[in-house]
Design a protein around this ligand. Structure first.
Ligand SMILES: [Mn+2]
Length: 281
């Protein structure tokens, strides 16, 4: 057995943004996150909400050792001098009662303005506060597959009634499918609303999470950045020392022991649906 020297492949950044880990959910890829945290250091780490899935834990307590390890890893970084800011999301909203609180070196804040090294100012928030605004598109989106299936069943009944009444065939399911299609614009809708909020706050950009869709883009002249999630995509945003933002997708897991491995694909296929439903994103 060879002893590995202190990892030579650790990347150092000015800031790391991580969101939507959903610790408490079986779908949380804690092993990947631990491995990511091993290979990335930063002066500041901003947790952009839904790190702990309080709703899931309330229903069904699930807290394997790997979730402790994520927590320990973050707290250890805080002890070693990393500034850690925790912005609560809708799944860890219990923390919203404690703005300005510090625990174990972690600061809790509702939202922050992050000044990047290049002078750009970013509004940082989780993003669920805009759900109501985007709701119309959203409801159909989360209804998704079962709504489509139900629509086909309803369609059979509708068709029978219309036939009896002598009316022409009308496809309920293709109508419903069209509605779902427009709802796919939910991401675009969300991005627009959040970018507008940044503009209203006089920021040059926004960094958020919530919709589990990592991206660095430009929306109406506002830099829109989403840190994604650790349920499916294993993504984070890293700010270089010159202010450049980088989207990192972490797919390797070189050093994690077996018990830290994420749940199997099969298990994931069952559980992964839930983060797409109304309460999960
Ligand atoms: Mn959320």
């Amino acid at each position: 057995m060879t002893v590995t020297p202190a990892s030579p492949d650790i990347r150092h950044f000015r800031t790391l943004f991580i969101s939507d880990v959903h610790l408490g959910s079986r779908a949380a890829k804690a092993g990947f996150l631990i491995d990511f945290l091993r290979h990335h250091e930063a002066e500041t780490i901003v947790l952009v909400g839904d790190i702990v899935d309080g709703w899931r834990l309330k229903r069904n307590w699930y807290w394997p050792q790997a979730f402790n390890d994520v927590t320990q890893k973050l707290l250890r970084k805080a002890r070693k001098g990393t500034r850690i800011i925790y912005i609560p999301g809708n799944h860890d909203e219990f923390l919203r009662d404690f703005p300005g609180m510090h625990f174990g070196g972690v600061e809790v804040a509702e939202r922050i303005i992050h000044e990047a090294a290049d002078g750009r100012r970013y509004l940082v928030l989780h993003g669920d506060e805009f759900d109501v605004v985007v709701r119309h598109a959203r409801i159909v989106a989360y209804l998704g597959d079962w709504a489509y299936d139900a629509a086909i069943a309803i369609n059979v009944v509708f068709a029978a009634i219309r036939r009896k009444l002598g009316l022409p065939y009308w496809s309920f399911s293709s109508w419903a499918k069209q509605q779902v299609k427009t709802a796919v614009n939910f991401i675009g809708e969300f991005q627009k609303v959040v970018a507008e909020e940044a503009r209203r706050n006089g920021a040059d950009g926004v960094i958020c999470g919530h919709i589990h869709h990592a991206v660095i883009t430009e929306i109406d002249g506002i830099r829109y950045i989403n840190s994604g999630d650790w349920v499916e995509s294993c993504t984070a945003i890293a700010e270089h020392h010159d202010g450049t933002m980088e989207l990192i997708t972490w797919q390797r897991m070189a050093s994690a022991p077996v018990e830290m491995l994420p749940v199997s694909r099969r298990e994931l296929a069952v559980d992964v649906r839930e983060p797409v439903d109304a309460e999960a994103a």
